[in-house]
Ligand binder design. Structure first.
Ligand code: NDP
Length: 293
C-alpha cells in the first residue's frame, strides 16, 4: 500500500485561516499585526518568495511592507533599514530575505534585528531560547512547520527515533531543538556529510527528515518500512520540457520511497507551504505580545 500523503497545502490553509481569525481579534484591541520583508537585489526565487509572503499577509488581514534595495546596496544602507524597522511600531515582525549580495554580511544583519521582531528565528538570542526551551522567542518557520504537520496528522513523537539528515542553522539544528523539547520528546539523531554509514542511521528512523539540498538523495533502501518521511528539500532540476526549464524535486526519491514509507510529504505541496503559514503565525504572536495602554 502506498504511503499516506501528508498534505502541507491543506495544513497551511488551516493555519492561515486560524491566523486570520486571530488577526481580527488583535485588530479589535487596536493592534494590526505588521510584517516587513527586506529584499536586496533581484534573485528570481527570492522575488517570488517575497511576493508570496506579502500576499499571504494581506490575505490574513495583516499590514505588509516590502522594502526593496538594489543589489549594489551597502551593508550600512541595509543596517539602516533594519534600524528603521526595529523602531517602527507598526512593524511587529521582520525578515531580511537570504541570500544577500556578497558585499553584505548576513550574520551582522541578523544580529541587528530586534530579537522581539525576528520572526524568522535566526537571531542567536532566539536560537538560544529555542535550545533551552524558553517559550518567548521565535523558532525558524520551516522546522516549526514540520512540527505542526506531525501534530496535525497525529504522528507520535514521544520516544520516537527521529533522524534528521542536514545540520544547517535554518533547518537541521532548530529541527533537532524542537523535537527534543519536553512535550515533543523525540530521540533525535542528526546526520551530515561526515556521518559514517548514513543508511544504518536512516533505517532506524520512525520519522526521517531530509534537509540536504540534493535531489532524490534518500532512496527506498534507506527507509524503514512504515516510517514517516518528511522531505524539506526544494531543488530545481533542469527539465527542458517544463515551462520554466526546470522542475522542483525534493531530497527524497518520492515514488520508490512512498512504496516503503507509512506517511510521506510530497514536493511541492509538503513542507514548503507551511513555511509561510508559520511566518504569519509568528508575526501574529509578535503582535499579540505588544501591550496596549
Ligand atoms: P544547507 O546546504 O545549509 O545544509 C545541507 C545539509 O545537508 C548540511 O548539513 C550538509 O552537511 C548535509 N549534506 C549535504 N550532503 C550530504 C551527504 N552526502 N550526506 C549527508 N548529509 C549531507 O541546506 P539547508 O538546510 O538550507 O536546506 C536544505 C534543503 O531544504 C534545500 O533543498 C533547501 O532548498 C530546502 N529548504 C526548504 C525550505 C522550505 O520552506 N521547505 C526552507 C529552507 C530550506 P555538512 O553540514 O556536513 O555540509
Amino acid at each position: 500500500m502506498p504511503a499516506e500523503l501528508l498534505d502541507g497545502i491543506a495544513v497551511a490553509r488551516a493555519i492561515r485561516d486560524e491566523v486570520a481569525v486571530a488577526v481580527a481579534a488583535q485588530k479589535a484591541r487596536g493592534v494590526v499585526p505588521g510584517l516587513a520583508v527586506v529584499l536586496v537585489g533581484e534573485d528570481p526565487a527570492s522575488t517570488v518568495y517575497v511576493r508570496n509572503k506579502g500576499r499571504a499577509c494581506e490575505e490574513a488581514g495583516m499590514h505588509s511592507v516590502t522594502i526593496r534595495l538594489p543589489d549594489t546596496a551597502s551593508q550600512a544602507e541595509l543596517l539602516a533599514v533594519v534600524d528603521q524597522l526595529n523602531a517602527d511600531p507598526a512593524i511587529h515582525g521582520m525578515l531580511v530575505q537570504m541570500p544577500l549580495p556578497k558585499q553584505c554580511n548576513a550574520d551582522e544583519v541578523i544580529r541587528r534585528i530586534d530579537p522581539a521582531k525576528d520572526v524568522d528565528g535566526f537571531h542567536p538570542i532566539n536560537a538560544g531560547k529555542l535550545l533551552i526551551g524558553e517559550k518567548d522567542g521565535f523558532a525558524p518557520c520551516t522546522p516549526a512547520g514540520v512540527i505542526e504537520l506531525l501534530k496535525r496528522y497525529d504522528v507520535p513523537t514521544s520516544g520516537a527515533d527521529v533522524v534528521i539528515v542536514g545540520r544547517s542553522n535554518i533547518v537541521g539544528k532548530p529541527m533537532a531543538s524542537l523535537l527534543m523539547q519536553p512535550g515533543v520528546d523525540a530521540t533525535v539523531t542528526i546526520c551530515h556529510s561526515r556521518t559514517r554509514e548514513l543508511p544504518t542511521h536512516t533505517r532506524r528512523a520512525d520519522i526521517l527528515i531530509a534537509a540536504i539540498g540534493r535531489p532524490k538523495f534518500v532512496t527506498a533502501d534507506m527507509v524503514k518500512p512504515g516510517a514517516t518521511v518528511i522531505d524539506v528539500g526544494i531543488n530545481r532540476v533542469d527539465e527542458p520540457r517544463a515551462k520554466n526549464g526546470y522542475v522542483l524535486a525534493g531530497d527524497v526519491d518520492f515514488a520508490p520511497v512512498s512504496a516503503v514509507a507509512g506517511k510521506i510529504t510530497p514536493v511541492p505541496g509538503g513542507v514548503g507551504p507551511l513555511t509561510i503559514a508559520m511566518l504569519l503565525k509568528s508575526t501574529l504572536v509578535a503582535a499579540s505580545r505588544v501591550r496596549v495602554a
